[in-house]
Structures are given as C-alpha cells and as structure tokens.
Design a protein. Structure first.
Length: 95
C-alpha cells in the first residue's frame, strides 16, 4: 500500500504540532511497513521541523540503504532541493 502525505509550509507555520504528529505516524508506519520512501518522508519532516542534525543523520543512513530513492525527499518538500547541507550529504554518498 502506498501512502502520501502533503502538508503545505503554511500549515507548519500555523500548526507546528502537525509535523510532530506526522513524524509519530511515520515512526509507527515504519514498524509495520518497510521501505526507504517512508524514511525519506520522515527525514523531510524532521528537517522542516528544525531537527536538522537528526534529519541529516537519518539521511546518511537511508542513502546507504537506497541511494536512488532519495529523490522522493524532494517530492515531499521541493524546497529542500536548495538546502546546501542536504545536498552535501547526498553528494557524499554518490554511488
């Protein structure tokens, strides 16, 4: 089963608890469904919540498991493609 979540930036601004709740849901989903797409979604949420260190750490782990799927990170949050720290980690794991 494929699940997609979309939370616009203004929702994060108005209701920051939404992002925290999404991370909880994704953590539960990860227990029952494998796959790096869920992990990349969680990474996007963590980064947007300001938890950059944790997001970058999880990104490095996810890239080791499945580099090609990292593009889904930018499907979740297109503005993340402009973040230098994310790009640096992705570049470091180029196959």
């Amino acid at each position: 089963m494929r699940v997609q979540l979309f939370v616009p930036c203004f929702i994060d601004q108005l209701y920051p608890q939404t992002a925290f709740s999404m991370v909880k849901v994704l953590e539960k989903a990860d227990m029952y469904a494998g796959g790096t797409e869920i992990e990349y979604c969680r990474i996007a949420c963590l980064y947007m919540m300001g938890k950059r260190s944790e997001a970058l750490y999880k990104l490095s782990e996810a890239l080791q498991c499945d580099y090609e799927t990292h593009k889904t990170l930018f499907n979740w949050q297109p503005e993340l493609a402009e973040k230098a720290d994310l790009q640096a980690v992705i570049t470091a794991f180029l196959p």
